[in-house]
Design a protein around this ligand. Structure first.
Ligand code: SAM
Length: 242
């Protein structure tokens, strides 16, 4: 059995490493957005550490993958890391997946990545979707240079201070936001940055995908008229220098 798996990895021109953690990107909505290599990796590893086992199970059953799953999320990560390091130490190959997109991007994963590296073990990337790159690519704003913020603080005062620190940034700015804070954040952006060009990407790769490219003030008007629902990425132009 082990030999067969090894042969499969070698056939793909991959090095066969024992005790390795694969960082596997998974779809941000559309289940077809997964690479052949990600599917093969999820099939071939001994264990998948998943942020949301229910969502990952849905993905796995769609592709008839039966690899065992363990949960790995914010509140059990310290305990789980010990277990995962032990399994890696025994030569197991483990895939880390988050609820959606790329693990570690505004998702748990970083602390496991550090722990694995500190233990002197291998990490291999299996690239794929991430909401920030998908949104940036269709924003129509300059994409040769950008800064990714992830989520701003949920606390109003702190969020404003974070935005004040970004006000002089000349690169395009990418922010993740939840539907119930979208309007408050857009209002703070308008107050602190002024009325810049922006794109609000909603439900990317899903049925209600929508990309709204407009001045921040008009985005506010739109989302006041039709309350925001779903998942959002805000892309704002950097400060103009001329
Ligand atoms: N790891 C993920 C990635 O690689 O993009 C991000 C996870 S973070 C917990 C979830 C946030 O990502 C959402 O609140 C939203 O801002 C953004 N996001 C994820 N999927 C999205 C989608 N399909 N459309 C728009 N934004 C999305």
């Amino acid at each position: 059995m082990e030999k067969k798996k090894k042969d499969l990895f070698l056939e793909q021109g991959e090095k066969f490493v024992k005790g390795v953690l694969y960082i596997v990107s998974t779809p941000i909505g559309n289940l077809e957005d997964i690479t052949l290599r990600a599917l093969r990796t999820l099939k071939e590893v001994e264990l998948i550490a998943a942020e949301d086992t229910r969502r990952t199970r849905k993905l796995l059953s769609h592709y008839q993958i039966h690899t065992p799953l363990v949960s790995y999320f914010a509140h059990n990560k310290i305990r789980r890391e010990k277990y995962l390091l032990k399994m890696l130490g025994e030569g197991k190959r483990i895939a880390l997946v988050s609820e959606a997109g790329t693990p570690g991007i505004s998702d748990p994963g970083y602390s496991l990545i550090r722990a694995v590296l500190e233990a002197g073990m291998d990490i291999i990337p299996i690239p794929g979707p991430t909401a920030l790159i998908s949104a940036l690519g269709v924003s129509g704003l300059p994409i040769h240079e950008f800064v990714f913020i992830g989520f701003l603080s949920s606390k109003g005062g702190r969020r404003k201070r974070e935005l004040q620190n970004l006000e002089a940034e000349t690169k395009t700015i990418v922010i993740y936001e939840s539907p119930h804070r979208l309007l408050a954040t857009l209002r703070d952006i308008l107050e602190i940055f002024g009325d810049r060009d922006s794109a609000v990407a909603r439900e990317l790769t899903k049925k209600y995908e929508e990309i709204s490219r407009d001045k921040v003030s008009l985005q506010i008007a739109k989302f006041t008229a039709v309350p925001p629902r779903g998942e959002f990425v805000i892309v704002v132009e950097g400060k103009r220098t001329s």
